[in-house]
Design a protein. Structure first.
Length: 107
């Protein structure tokens, strides 16, 4: 099975294999997907730069691909990785650190 790139970019969720923590969301096009398969590291398409980028290329915080899952509609990817260093460009381990709403408890 292969992602459906007919509409362009495919959202790609990156999850750390060891902790199951969601690290980031990025986008892949057909070329970045092929490079990811070929190199066993994550490649994405930057919408702002309009170019491919290899995660960790400049920072050294690479993502070694462990598994790739395709959703039921074949239009979203979930990739489990072995993360080296922080995944977020801010230096945080995950890009999802801004709490919007917490779970309320009845104390």
């Amino acid at each position: 099975m292969k992602p459906d790139f007919s509409k362009g970019l495919v959202p790609t969720i990156i999850v750390e294999e060891a902790t199951k923590e969601v690290l980031m969301l990025a986008y892949m096009n057909e070329e970045s997907y092929a490079k990811t398969l070929a190199t066993n590291t994550t490649w994405f398409y930057s919408r702002s730069r309009k170019a491919l980028w290899n995660k960790g290329e400049s920072s050294g915080h690479i993502q070694k691909v462990k598994e790739i899952f395709l959703d039921c509609d074949q239009d979203t990817l979930l990739i489990t990785v072995e993360q080296t260093g922080p995944a977020c460009h801010t230096g945080k381990h995950s890009c999802f650190f801004n709490l919007v709403k917490g779970v309320e408890t009845s104390d």
